[in-house]
Write a protein of this length. Structure first.
Length: 542
């Protein structure tokens, strides 16, 4: 079976924060898990280098937009690499492959009669003397009266046209924009209403989407799908490949989601592989993103794919809720955020991955608290997992010259271990990453209790053979935990395998041989001083 995983594309206009990683991390967990299962995996994403936020940042810094895109694309790649994200292709929307693929999609939609021309009003700022990208317009949402951008209201999740806003203002100069006639192509999304209703019902019946995606998508369908502008008068982006439209750009809501297909084609060209095998009926696909991106993945991208014909629609939609910081809404402009380049300087990447999984906003908003993050590291990663590994290995090193032998693992524990592969695997495949990690750490705590009950520090004197059996069992457990936890904690899993001299690259119970020979052992994790809590809190909002 082929597995396609698409991670949402962050705007290259500022550093990544933990809200981004909380929503994107499930993609890497899935990719690592399916590779261990031996499946053919394609995991793609990239930096959105065409978006309006980049143009705004460039104006603020008085530099070309390309400078901003280059700076943050490089930083994103560095951050993802340090966090262990295992993309097969991480690209950018200003790459030639992307431009070509998006233009081909546009022309195919036109050939299939899903695009039509229409004269329409677009927001125009007379003071700036330019048509405004939708995100250059801000005002009050006509549906819920919250502050909103011109394309979408985050408060009520309504998709907007900037001219709908109340008290609208140009984000560049604060003057009120007017509606000015211009000619554009429109995507006939309304023609796909019935097909998308059938598609969403099937997703609901098979329980492969998260509840927030089902509820929000059903709301849009009940309201009735509206045709959407497919082109815009924009300064940067993918040029419209139609005579007379050369100065216009393909609108971002078509262009950005098409990155999943363009990245697949780029990977194909660079690796001499067939991209189509990840876009046919034999593929299982996952789309991983935040709540604010739901309609683009549950309606617009499936609509585009239906318009193209013959390509796989999304199966699983892994749409996270929001992450708050210390009980307050995350604010990048107010620096009420935890920036990924900063947290990576001082904390273990597996600590970040662990906390953002065990505290993931899978079904509801969750909160990032520095106190909870540090206490979680000290009590779970260090106190439970690290302690179990360290006490086992140190005892073997000291009392058995780094080598233990036995004919068998404790039969009850072996049964539990074998079952863990099935239980954890099923949870991961169904998008329940938090539950999967909870199951594994419950087992780790059970093994610490087993170690205490068996008292090897006593049996080494009274019955060395029993002691060796216990330590052999614990070592077998640790070896298998390095596989079971590999999708979640890849760095510490690799370290364990190095200490055991293992190559564990399959999602299957490691049946131990007659002996384990430890290489030089070292602690998996270090304790974090609680004084760090106040230090980190003082940075918020400063």
């Amino acid at each position: 079976m082929s597995i396609f995983i698409g991670g949402a594309w962050p705007y290259a206009n500022g550093s990544l924060h933990i809200g981004h990683i909380a929503s994107l991390l499930p993609g890497d967990i899935l990719a690592r898990y399916y590779r261990l299962k031996g499946e053919d995996v394609l995991y793609v994403s990239g930096s959105d280098c065409n978006g309006t936020p980049i143009s705004i940042r460039a104006r603020q810094e008085n530099v070309p937009a390309q400078n901003i895109a280059d700076r943050y694309h490089e930083e994103f790649m560095d951050s993802f690499q340090k966090l262990g994200f295992s993309y097969d292709c991480y690209t950018r929307t200003d790459h030639p492959h992307h431009h070509q693929a998006v233009q081909e999609i546009f022309l195919s939609l036109m050939e299939n009669e899903f695009l039509y021309e229409k004269e329409t009003l677009q927001a125009y700022c007379e003071h700036c003397q330019q048509f405004l990208p939708d995100r250059y317009v801000e005002g009050i949402c006509p549906h819920c009266s919250s502050h909103a951008r011109g394309d979408q209201c985050d408060a009520c999740a309504s998709i907007l046209d900037p001219l709908e806003l109340i008290n609208k203002k140009c984000k560049l100069c604060s003057h009120e924009p007017l509606g000015k006639l211009t000619r554009h192509y429109y995507f006939e999304l309304s023609a796909l209403q019935e097909q998308l209703e059938v598609y969403v019902k099937k997703a609901k019946d098979h329980q492969v989407w998260r509840d927030n995606a089902i509820q929000l998508t059903q709301r849009y369908l009940e309201e009735g799908l509206q045709d959407r502008s497919a082109t815009r008068d924009l300064p940067i982006g993918v040029p419209v490949p139609i005579k007379g439209y050369e100065e216009k750009k393909i609108y971002v809501w078509i262009e950005a989601v098409s990155g999943y297909l363009s990245a697949s084609k780029q990977w194909s060209a660079e690796n001499q592989q067939d991209w189509l095998k990840f876009w046919n009926g034999n593929t299982r696909s996952y789309y991983v993103h935040g709540k604010d991106n739901i309609p683009f993945h549950s309606i617009i991208w499936p609509g585009i794919l239906l318009g193209l014909g013959g390509l796989k629609l999304p199966d699983h939609i892994i749409s996270s809720e929001y992450l708050t910081i210390e009980k307050k809404k995350l604010s990048t402009s107010g620096n009420w955020a935890v920036w990924i380049p900063d947290i990576l300087k001082d904390y273990h990447p597996d600590s970040i991955r662990y906390f953002l999984t065990i505290n993931a906003p899978e079904k509801r908003d969750t909160d990032f608290s520095w106190r909870e993050f540090i206490l979680s590291h000290n009590s779970e990663l260090l106190g439970a997992y690290g302690n179990f590994v360290n006490r086992t290995f140190k005892f073997i090193e000291k009392s058995f010259s780094s080598k233990v032998s036995s004919s068998a693992v404790n039969s009850e524990i072996e049964r539990e271990l074998i079952q863990l592969y099935q239980t954890t695997g099923n949870l991961i495949e169904n998008g329940q990453f938090k539950a999967a990690l909870e199951v594994l750490f419950s087992f780790i705590r059970r093994m610490n209790k087993y170690f205490d009950e068996q008292k090897p520090w006593i049996s080494i004197k009274e019955n060395p053979s029993d002691c060796e059996n216990v330590l052999f069992t614990c070592t077998a457990v640790i070896a298998n935990l390095s596989v079971l936890l590999q999708p979640f904690l890849p760095f510490s899993s690799k370290r364990i395998q190095e200490m055991l001299g293992l190559i564990a690259d399959k999602w299957i119970y490691i049946k131990p041989g007659s002996s384990f020979k430890l290489k030089k052992t070292e602690a998996l994790f270090e304790r974090i001083d609680l004084e760090r809590i106040e230090t980190e809190l003082s940075k918020l909002g400063s």
